[in-house]
Design a protein. Structure first.
Ligand SMILES: NC(=O)c1ccc[n+]([C@@H]2O[C@H](COP(=O)([O-])OP(=O)(O)OC[C@H]3O[C@@H](n4cnc5c(N)ncnc54)[C@H](O)[C@@H]3O)[C@@H](O)[C@H]2O)c1
Ligand SMILES: O=P(O)(O)OC[C@H](O)CO
Length: 316
C-alpha cells in the first residue's frame, strides 16, 4: 500500500489463489485486512516469476523462520539487480543469523543489494494511513536513498541509515521485550515495571549491538526505542498480546491456539539468546522470556529471580 501510494507499481505474491483473486477483483484481503481497500497500483499473483519480473525492489515479509526455504524457491526468478528488502523482525533459529544475512546467503546478493525497513510500524495503523516514521537501512547509502524515495508518502516518513546490523537487532529484540512487557501487563503489574523492562531491554539490546559492531545511536532511534515504544504500548502488537495472554496464566499451547498472526519473539527469543551467547553478552530479560515461554517457568518465579540478581551500576 505504501509503495503504491508512493507511485510504484506493486505485484504481491500470494500463496493462496483465492487471496490473489480477492486482491485483483475486490482490492481487498478479507482474511488479513478486512475493511481496507488497497490502492489501484497493487495487483497479486501466485506465480513468483510474475511477481519478480523486472522488480527494482523485492520486498520480503514472510515469517522469519520460513525465509530461507521460501527464498531458495524464489532466488532463481529474481532479477540480478533487484534490491532485496527485508521487513522481517526475527533471527533465524539454529544459525542465529539476521534476515539480511540469510538473504545475502540464499540469494547470493552482496550487502549493497540488501536493505531493511524497520521502525514503529504497526500494520493496522499503516493500513489506516496514520502518520508514522521508519528507517530504511542499507550499507550503500545511495540504495537506501532510492528505497526512501520509493516508499515516501504523506503519511509514511522513512529516514535512511547505513547501520543494518543495529536496525535489524532493534526490530528483533523489541519483540522479545514486547513479550516481557505483555507478560507484566497480564500479571497486572504497573507502569514502573513496564518502563523498567523497556529501558533495561534497550540496554541489553544495545549491549548486544555494540558487541556486533552496530552503532549505539541506532538504538535510541526509530529502529530501537521507537519500535520498542510502539510494541510495548500497543494492544495491536502481536508480541505484546501474546505476552499478556501468558501473563494472565494461559499455557504456551493455549496462547499459540488463540494467536493467528506471527509473533516473531516467541521463536526469536531463543535465537536472540543464542546470538548473545555466541557474542558473550549477558541478556537477562531475554533469558527470562525464554524461561517463561519455552522452559515452563512461572512468570512470578521468573520475576523474583530477575529482581534478586546481584546489584550493578546502570551502565552494565
Ligand atoms: N504486522 C506488523 O505490524 C509488522 C510490522 C513490521 C514488520 N513486521 C514483520 O513482518 C514479518 C511478517 O509478519 P506479518 O505481520 O506479515 O505476519 P502475518 O502473520 O500477519 O502474515 C504472515 C504472512 O505470511 C504467510 N505465511 C505464513 N507461513 C508461511 C510460509 N511458510 N511460507 C510463505 N508464507 C507464509 C501467511 O499466510 C501471511 O500471509 C515479521 O517478521 C514481522 O515481524 C510486521
Ligand atoms: O505486532 P508485532 O508485535 O509483530 O509488532 C509489529 C511491528 O513490528 C511494530 O513496529
Amino acid at each position: 500500500m505504501i509503495l503504491a501510494d508512493a507511485g510504484c507499481e506493486v505485484t504481491l505474491w500470494a500463496r493462496r489463489p483465492e487471496v490473489a483473486e480477492a486482491i485483483n477483483t475486490t482490492r481487498t484481503n478479507p482474511d488479513y485486512l478486512p475493511g481496507f481497500v488497497l490502492p489501484e497500483g497493487v495487483r497479486a499473483t501466485t506465480d513468483p516469476a510474475e511477481a519478480a519480473d523486472g522488480a527494482e525492489f523485492t520486498v520480503l515479509t514472510v515469517p522469519s523462520q520460513t525465509l530461507r526455504e521460501n527464498l531458495a524457491r524464489w532466488a532463481p526468478v529474481l532479477p540480478s539487480d533487484t534490491v532485496l528488502v527485508s521487513m522481517m523482525k526475527g533471527i533465524e533459529l539454529g544459525t542465529a543469523k539476521r534476515m539480511s544475512e540469510v538473504i545475502g546467503e540464499v540469494a547470493k546478493a552482496p550487502a549493497e543489494r540488501v536493505a531493511v525497513i524497520t521502525g514503529p510500524n504497526l500494520a493496522k495503523e499503516i493500513a489506516d494511513r496514520m502518520p508514522a516514521a521508519a528507517v530504511v537501512a542499507c550499507r550503500d547509502e545511495a540504495v537506501a536513498r532510492r528505497l526512501q524515495t520509493a516508499c515516501h508518502t504523506p503519511y509514511f516518513r522513512p529516514y535512511t541509515n547505513t547501520d543494518v546490523v543495529g536496525c535489524e537487532l532493534g526490530g528483533a529484540v523489541k519483540n522479545v521485550i514486547g513479550l516481557a512487557v505483555g507478560i507484566a501487563d497480564g500479571m497486572g503489574l504497573g507502569d514502573n515495571t513496564k518502563a523498567s523492562l523497556m529501558t533495561r531491554g534497550l540496554a541489553e539490546t544495545t549491549r548486544l549491538g555494540l558487541s556486533m559492531g552496530a552503532d549505539p545511536q541506532t538504538f535510541s532511534g526509530l529502529a530501537g526505542m521507537g519500535d520498542l515504544i510502539a510494541t510495548c504500548s500497543s494492544p495491536l502488537s502481536r508480541n505484546h498480546t501474546f505476552g499478556t495472554n501468558l501473563g494472565r496464566g494461559m499455557t504456551l499451547q493455549e496462547t499459540i491456539a488463540v494467536t493467528r498472526q506471527t509473533a516473531e519473539g516467541v521463536k526469536s527469543c531463543e535465537s536472540v539468546l543464542d546470538l548473545a551467547r555466541r557474542h558473550g553478552v549477558e541478556m537477562p530479560l531475554t533469558e527470562t522470556v525464554v524461561d517463561i515461554v519455552h522452559n515452563g517457568k512461572p512468570p512470578l518465579v521468573a520475576l523474583k529471580e530477575l529482581m534478586s540478581r546481584s546489584a550493578k551500576a546502570e551502565r552494565h
